[in-house]
Design a protein around this ligand. Structure first.
Ligand SMILES: Cc1ncc(COP(=O)(O)O)c(C=O)c1O
Length: 408
């Protein structure tokens, strides 16, 4: 069974467009199902939650349905382990604030030089309490994070390690289960940024036993919204971020000050409806979870083909420096492909690409520390082509022809 691209593309009305979208790690197109659900919420459920009257009860039920669906997407054991917020950046700032009370002077937190600033900056806030922040650096030859390097810096005082599941520049899948087990064995918690992972492979927070795990729904085919998983034992202990009189026991609402956006939370559920539908097209049997996993198997296979094609082309050039794994068949690779071209500026390449009506991006992608380590400044950052499962082989051919003309 291969991915039914006609079905896939029919679910994203914005793809009916002369532009080709290859900046998907910046934000994907939205599913029609999500837009429909936003409308449905506004026209049928637009009252404040928590009232005794029937429409208010229905609105509460719709909001809870959104949370339940996203819990399925994370494979969380409990719906209440999911926190909604406007972005991953905000959710990780909330997390660091609500965890701060558990940190003491001399405790250590490890962040990586591979991460987007969203999963670094919030942890630096703990320095005000006397917490020591250490860096787990990538290996600049392999562009990967190696456990041997973490071994050198983790100590009995390490309380948390914040790392990315996939870097939005390197595109390599970090072995989250192995890293988490190692970090737990040293008595520390993990906080994983999965923004660049979640659109490409099935998430399974239960199997991986992560403590905190977040991603942006607007980069995973949904509306401009985000979700954070907090394992229940931690969720119970997190400090309340809502009003002073709001109880610590109000789970997960204590982490959603001023309430999460109702219509976007409800609408995000359509991401799950879509994946279940995608995973049911060859066979109807199985649980929702199994269908989601089947959908991601189809997605990964299609993306691997695209990845191979693009990396084969880039490797065939003698002036291209590919960041991360350069073999598209490697299962540890997602199709977020960044590179530089000798003696060419990345911004110039992107501006030239605009004429071909193909949307790509250049820069440091807010992973400034990684960009500095890889010395990308000399090129005005990297060129990034970030594909997703709705991109086609024809689009990729169009991209390769355009790149060839621009770079010649
Ligand atoms: C890897 C990664 N982490 C975090 C973020 C921040 O996500 P948000 O825009 O939801 O704050 C981004 C955004 O580009 C990202 O690519």
């Amino acid at each position: 069974m291969t991915l039914d691209l006609d079905f896939v593309r029919s679910q994203f009305p914005a793809l009916d467009n002369e532009w080709v979208f290859m900046d998907n790690a910046g934000g994907t197109q939205i599913l029609k199902g999500c837009v429909d659900k936003v409308n449905e919420y506004y026209y049928s459920n637009n009252v404040q939650l928590g009232g005794s009257y029937e429409p208010s009860q229905a609105a509460s039920a719709a909001f809870n349905e959104g949370r339940r669906n996203i819990a399925t997407l994370f494979n969380a054991k409990l719906t209440e382990e999911i926190v909604f917020g406007p972005s991953t950046t905000v959710l990780l700032q909330f997390l660091s604030k609500s965890l701060a009370g558990q940190f003491r002077k001399g405790d250590e937190v490890i962040v990586t030089s591979m991460d987007h600033e969203s999963n670094i900056g919030p942890w630096f806030e703990l320095e005000k309490l006397g917490v020591i922040i250490k860096f787990w650096d990538i290996n600049t030859d392999t562009h990967a994070l190696h456990l041997d390097d973490l071994k050198e810096i983790i100590t009995s005082k390490t309380r948390l390690v914040a790392f990315t599941h996939v870097s939005n520049i390197v595109g390599t899948i970090n072995p989250v289960k192995k890293f988490t087990q190692f970090i737990h064995d040293h008595g520390a918690m993990v906080c994983v940024d999965a923004v660049a992972y979640a659109p490409h492979r099935a998430v399974d927070v239960t199997d991986w036993d992560v403590d905190f795990y977040a991603f942006s729904l607007y980069k995973t085919f949904g509306p401009h919204h985000a979700a954070l998983y907090c394992r229940m034992d931690h969720m119970i202990e997190l400090d309340n971020l809502y009003h002073y009189f709001y109880g610590k026991d109000k789970i997960p609402a204590k982490m959603e000050p001023g309430n999460a956006n109702y219509e976007l939370s409800y609408a995000s559920g359509a991401i799950v409806d879509y994946l279940i539908e995608l995973g049911s097209r060859d066979k109807q049997n199985g649980s929702h979870r199994e269908k989601i996993e089947r959908a991601f198997t189809l997605i990964a296979d299609h993306e691997t083909n695209l990845c191979c094609k693009l990396l084969d082309y880039l490797r065939s050039r003698n002036d291209c420096n590919i960041i991360g794994i350069d073999n598209g068949n490697d299962i540890a690779r997602v199709p977020t492909i960044a590179f530089t071209i000798n003696k060419k500026l990345s911004d110039k390449i992107c501006f030239a690409m605009d004429k071909y009506k193909i949307g790509i991006r250049y820069g440091d992608f807010h992973a400034r520390r990684l960009s500095d380590l890889l010395m990308l400044d000399q090129y005005n950052g990297a060129v990034r082509i970030s594909l997703t499962h709705y991109n086609t082989n024809d689009e990729l051919d169009r991209l390769v022809i355009a790149l060839d003309q621009i770079l010649s």
